[in-house]
Design a protein around this ligand. Structure first.
Ligand code: NAP
Length: 589
């Protein structure tokens, strides 16, 4: 397409999508919008740092060809009052990867926020926020270095869909009447009403992106954050669709947290991402107490909104947090703060948010080496205490530098000690890996305790089952007794054979009743003879309520957990009691 005011750099090549994957040439054209207020100051500084890192990492073999696109006040000047010109939208799609500074939201006149318009026009459904700590940045946490997460927040639905009816309006009254009279709902008179749509489509495309990111970047886990214990058909459905998607689309690359314990004994198999879920309020708590439990988080819109700012505040505040809004491929990276108009053109503010958004962009392009150089140079500059005014006022003995001065310090580090910077970044990854191993050792040594401290709340029998001992019908009872004692189990399962094609179970109670009290010798009796049959089985996703009802209904003490008809675990009434005593019980409606 021929652009009127946008000129595509002649020597650059556009990024393309081939077979569903981004194809990044060595000389890609990347769009940038400098933004309003402080936007030009920070953009000018960041472009120099990104270019220096790419030059240093690839020795000239790779180079970004920047293409200026116009939005906001600058666009209004060039395009006769149009703040978001059609050709800017076309170019953002055409170039696929872009980065932007903050934009003023024009007040009044029926303007919608330019950022909202951008998200809607490009269907940028995933708001991605990596939050990690850089040594030296002021933080309220004792161990901020343990924070290293990436939040994928759904950007298009949930209570932000705009389906709201103010109290007292005819629309509100119509809906209230329908809900009361036709749906049997009850709520206070004069309530404002809002709808919370959560779809399988919207949830799955977001969670797919989070899982793919975890796979591409060697991450440990994806946590589905929700309040499904209260809102079963919206937040609970998000959780269920997440597990379903992982099972259907990533069966080779993912395991569930339940399988981590029940099948793998707490040892995470190499190359497999653990899919887990956490209640939203527990996630908020744990992100302060044990942030290392989290890696990639997938959230709905509202939870993600709160969570991304809360987590960012732990490691230096939203002022330095990078972000991006991403569609299937088109991605717009952006500073998360506003235009801070009082500082415009003073060359004063902190360029970190935009700078680190650019690091995220380099990672998105697969240019990890350039991203690493900035990631490692950044804490070194902070450690030298050469910082912009906002950090300087929080750090004793700091030297305040300008926006461009801060960029100069970074570039100097990148150019003078690249080998050292690469080592630093590798060292940081090594420490995180060591910590991961420690958590694994704890899961193996004490799975129950690991479950509690990691915020995992068991909701299905799969989450609390024990492994089973399986024996043949012909095995002497004394041998089976020995196995039970060695592994501290109260029962063994008995394999079907031609004499009896049903699974059986022999418990300690059976031994007392049918051997000891009958005065028989355990060495002379075979397990098959005293086992009880048939065993009652239930699948792994049976809820604790359903399991209890099954146990009571069948007048048994133990439920065998099956997968594809084969037993994979066992739970007892004692396990149900202990779980409820430990984690609480909210009756299900
Ligand atoms: P803001 O521009 O983010 O500024 C609020 C305060 O945050 C500033 O006064 C400053 O604090 C601090 N701050 C922001 N960016 C900083 C930086 N780079 N370095 C150091 N300190 C920084 O928020 P606002 O005043 O509410 O919004 C101003 C305009 O920006 C509005 O038109 C709003 O709609 C727009 N906005 C745009 C975006 C976006 O485009 N993504 C996002 C949010 C807001 P001190 O005064 O303490 O120094």
């Amino acid at each position: 397409m021929a652009y009127k005011h946008i000129s595509i750099p002649a020597n650059g090549v556009k990024i393309s999508v081939k077979n569903g994957k981004l194809h990044i040439p060595d000389n890609p054209v990347i769009g940038f919008v400098e933004g309003d207020g402080i936007g030009p100051d920070i953009t000018r500084a960041c472009l120099r740092v990104w270019d220096a890192a790419v030059e240093q990492a690839y020795g000239g073999k790779r180079k970004i060809h920047w293409c200026e696109l116009f939005m906001g006040e600058k666009a209004a000047e060039i395009y006769d009052g149009d703040y978001f010109p059609a050709e800017t939208l076309a170019a953002l799609k055409d170039l696929i990867v872009s980065i932007k500074g903050p934009l003023t939201t024009p007040v009044g006149g029926g303007f919608r926020s330019l950022n909202v318009a951008l998200r809607q026009e490009l269907d940028l459904y995933a708001c991605v926020r990596p939050v990690r700590y850089y040594t030296g940045v002021p933080s309220p946490l004792q161990h901020p270095g343990k924070v290293d997460v990436v939040i994928f927040r759904e950007n298009t639905e949930d209570v932000y869909s705009g389906i709201e009816y103010a109290a007292g309006t005819p629309e509100n009254e119509k809906l209230a009447r329908f809900l009361r009279e036709e749906m049997g709902a009850s709520f206070f008179e004069g309530s404002g009403l809002g709808i919370k749509p959560i779809s399988a489509f919207g949830s799955k495309r977001l969670i797919r992106k989070a899982i793919q990111y975890a796979i591409d970047n060697g991450r440990e886990s994806v946590a589905l954050v929700h309040k499904g214990n209260i809102m079963k058909f919206t937040e609970g459905a998000f959780r269920n669709w997440g597990y379903e998607l992982a099972r259907e689309e990533f069966p080779e690359q993912t395991i569930t947290e339940t399988e981590l314990y029940s099948v793998y004994g707490g040892v995470q198999p190499a190359g497999k991402i653990v899919i887990k879920d956490r209640i939203a309020d527990i996630t908020f708590q744990l992100m302060q107490l044990r942030p290392e439990e989290f890696d990639v988080l997938a959230t709905m819109n509202l939870n993600g909104d709160y969570l991304s700012d809360a987590i960012a505040a732990e490691v230096g505040g939203v002022g330095i947090a990078p972000g991006a809004n991403i569609a299937d491929h088109v991605a717009v990276f952006e500073a998360t703060h506003g235009t801070a108009p009082k500082y415009a053109n003073l060359d004063k503010v902190n360029p970190s948010s935009l700078l680190l958004s650019g690091v995220m962009m380099l990672e998105y392009m697969g240019w990890k080496e350039a991203a690493d150089l900035i990631n490692a140079a950044y804490p070194e500059v902070i450690a030298d205490k050469t910082v912009t005014y906002d950090f300087a006022r929080q750090m004793a003995g700091a030297t305040e530098v300008s926006t461009s001065g801060f960029a100069d310090c970074l570039i100097a580090k990148i150019k003078t000690s690249p080998a050292h910077l690469v080592e630093e970044e590798e060292h940081r990854r090594h420490i995180l890996e060591e910590e991961r191993k420690e958590r694994e050792a704890q899961r193996i040594a004490n799975p129950d305790e690991a479950m509690v401290i990691s915020g995992r709340i068991p909701q299905t029998v799969g989450a609390i089952m024990h492994s089973v001992i399986i024996v043949d019908q012909t095995e002497p009872v004394n041998v089976a007794m020995q196995k039970m004692r060695d592994r501290n189990r109260h029962a063994v399962l008995v394999r079907p054979d031609e004499t009896d094609p049903r699974w059986g179970i022999m418990t300690q109670g059976d031994v007392v009743k049918k051997i000891i009290s009958a005065n028989r010798s355990p060495t002379r009796v075979q397990v098959g003879e005293i086992a009880s049959r048939p065993v009652v089985m239930a699948p792994e996703d049976t809820t604790l309520l359903e399991a209890s009802q099954k146990i009571v209904g069948a007048r048994i003490r133990r439920l065998v957990i099956e997968k594809f008809g084969e037993p994979v675990g066992i739970i007892s009434d004692t396990d149900l009691f202990r779980t409820v005593e430990e984690f609480g019980w909210a009756h299900e409606v």
